[in-house]
Write a new protein. Structure first.
Length: 144
């Protein structure tokens, strides 16, 4: 595996605006990079920078069939996934497949934040892992 570090922590919320206000009021953490172009027009998200090139990725999604929306319905708000930055996502996915570990949709997704692949909680102790490798159009952590 070619995992470098934790890149971000995905947190699903019912209301992005309320969650951002809670983080600011409670911990003084300000949300940035608000987006409304994810989830086929049915998702809002923002980042809260934590340092060490890691952030909280807050996500609100109202598509009844989305993984994020299903998570909120079943478990409520909270940590949805841990994103692990890799230098070679293709190698890592081949490694996992070789161990018989299924990958969501059995493919690497070309997303706004990079090339992504997901391993679901039935393969890990209650945690979804996102492997992510930045590409030319990925968002860059300020100052890096």
């Amino acid at each position: 595996m070619s995992i470098l570090r934790v890149q971000h922590i995905g947190v699903v919320v019912r209301s992005l605006n309320e969650a951002c206000a809670q983080f600011k009021n409670s911990l003084g953490l300000e949300a940035i990079d608000f987006r409304d172009d994810q989830g086929q027009g049915m998702q809002l998200d923002a980042r809260i920078l934590l340092g060490n090139e890691c952030w909280l990725h807050l996500v609100e999604n109202w598509n009844p069939e989305s993984r994020v929306n299903q998570f909120v319905k079943e478990r409520g708000e909270g940590m949805d996934h841990l994103a692990l930055r890799t230098t070679d996502i293709h190698h890592d996915i081949d490694y996992l497949r070789g161990k018989g570990i299924p990958i969501f949709e059995d493919r690497i997704l070309d997303a706004n934040d990079g090339y992504e692949a997901f391993v679901y909680p039935d393969q890990l102790p209650g945690l979804t892992a996102e492997l992510i490798q930045p590409h030319a159009h990925s968002w860059t952590y300020p100052g890096s």
